[in-house]
Design a protein around this ligand. Structure first.
Ligand code: GDP
Ligand code: IMO
Ligand code: MG
Length: 429
């Protein structure tokens, strides 16, 4: 049985958690492949409301295995805390596993994230402050500590932690004027983490490969969104991993042929948290009204999300990067009751048209959206479960987005709960 990927098509928070929870009922395994606890995935179902940061969003289904793949950076305290919280809410976490190749977010990564952001001043990225960037830097520079290293009983771990802390302290104190961290304290935490994580640690790439060989259905859960991709996003205002389809392959160790479907999750409008260009951002009263109506505040940091109209130029670009086999459109209900709605169909700088989502961030900053207006709808889409319940204008809005992006909507989400979902086509075969 093949794998299906669920990937954020915009700047994150598209509703991936909801979609994964919805699809996981028909799956055997859900695997996170990138990012870390910068992600905040909300799941709402008959068992309650859950905010997941590291644990895959299929966890509410008793028979579904959850895997945190090698491409994820893991803060063990967050993972253990999240598991304990889920258990308190009556959710079984016995079928959760973490890759021995996943890198550990160490306390100095979190400190460096904070210090670097401060040093960037007005050019701050607006990171989630969870140490994500510094952890991926160490992975690339080959100074990282992996989950498997924590369990290693040879004498290598103390030496490696000591060496890493010495280097980091030089940067923390010398470059940023921060307080040094203590190697012994960190090593003691590593030993404690090792004992607690040991039952979960597996060669997960083999697990996923075996599941696929056994004809099991595997869902690949994206975090963040394609426009935050370190390669393809609005660099440098991006995260430090690959949320797009390429990251799913390297972040799990599966072959591309096993991926039969790639679902792009898009909000019916746009949001972004942190700095960086966002051509369709709504400023002033209109933006505030939409933010309040939609309650757009970050799941991980509580920060106000920037809001704007649907950007079809960015969405088409995202589709090109990922090759979506279908689209999931979420939060259509938020647009209920508006007199008219807009879609950005092009960018303009002065009198020059910009046809594609540009790599140059300064140029993207200058891009003015070209809008197409469509009539709104007064009847609600909220909680609809069938396409024929949608008002004609809402359906026309969806159809226009499909046309502009070049990809069909297979699922429309009309509310946060699992059942507030319209399945247009069968996604998994
Ligand atoms: P993720 O990071 O992509 O999983 O998305 P988040 O969970 O950070 O943000 C999406 C928010 O929208 C959450 O509060 C969800 O419960 C909520 N949500 C998801 N789909 C819908 C929908 O169709 N309608 C409404 N009103 N809320 C939704
Ligand atoms: P989910 O999975 C929205 C943003 C941050 C910041 C930038 C870099 O819930 O969709 P980082 O801490 O990763 O170094 O921050 O990326 N960001 C997200 N925005 N949703 C997310 O995850 C995000 N993860 C990171 O706000 O702009
Ligand atoms: Mg989120």
């Amino acid at each position: 049985m093949p794998a299906y990927a669920v990937i954020g098509g915009q700047w994150g928070d598209e509703g991936k958690g909801k979609v994964i929870d919805y699809l996981a009922g028909e799956s055997d395994c859900v695997v996170r492949y990138a990012g870390g606890n910068n992600a905040g995935h909300t799941v709402v179902n008959e068992r309650g409301e859950f905010q997941l940061h590291l644990v895959p969003s299929g966890i509410c289904w008793p028979g579904v295995t959850g895997i945190i793949g090698n491409g994820v950076v893991v803060n063990p305290d967050v993972l253990l805390g999240e598991m304990a919280g889920l258990q308190q809410q009556g959710i079984d976490t016995d079928r959760l596993f973490v890759s021995d190749r996943a890198h550990v977010i160490m306390p100095y990564h979190i400190l460096l994230d904070e210090l670097q952001e401060k040093a960037r001043g007005s050019g701050a990225i607006g990171t989630t402050g969870q140490g994500i960037g510094p952890a991926y830097v160490d992975k690339a520079s080959r100074d990282g500590i992996r989950v498997g290293d924590l369990l290693d009983t040879s004498e290598q771990l103390p030496d490696r932690v000591q060496a890493a802390v010495e280097m980091k302290n030089r940067v923390i104190t010398g470059v940023y004027g921060g307080e040094p961290v203590d190697a012994d304290e960190i090593l003691a935490r590593c030993h404690a983490w090792a004992e607690q994580l040991r039952p979960l640690v597996r060669p997960t790439e083999q697990m996923v490969q075996d599941l696929l060989e056994q004809d099991k259905r595997v869902l690949l859960e994206g975090a963040q969104g394609t426009l935050l991709d370190v390669d393809h996003g609005s660099y440098p205002y991006v995260t430090s991993s690959s949320p797009s389809i390429g990251g799913a392959i390297t972040g799990l160790g599966i072959n591309p042929q096993s991926i039969k479907g790639v679902l792009g999750v898009f909000k019916a409008y746009s949001t972004r948290v942190g700095g960086g260009p966002m051509p369709t951002e709504m400023h002033g009263r209109a933006g505030e009204d939409l933010r309040e109506k939609a309650h757009e505040y970050g799941t991980t940091t509580g920060r106000a999300r920037r809001v704007g109209w649907f950007d079809a130029v960015a969405a088409r670009y995202s589709h090109q990067i990922n090759g979506f086999t279908g689209m999931v459109l979420t939060r259509l209900d938020i647009l209920d009751g508006m007199d008219d709605v807009k879609i950005c169909v092009g960018y303009r700088v002065g009198d020059r048209e910009v046809e594609r989502f540009p790599a140059n961030t300064a140029l993207l900053e200058e891009c003015e959206p070209v809008y197409e207006g469509l009539p709104g709808w007064k009847e609600p889409t909220a909680s609809a479960t069938r396409a024929d319940q949608l008002p004609a204008n809402a359906l026309a809005y969806v159809r226009r987005i499909e046309e502009l992006v070049g990809c069909e909507a297979q699922i429309i989400s009309t509310g946060p709960s699992r059942e507030e979902t319209i399945a247009i086509n069968r996604v998994m075969h």
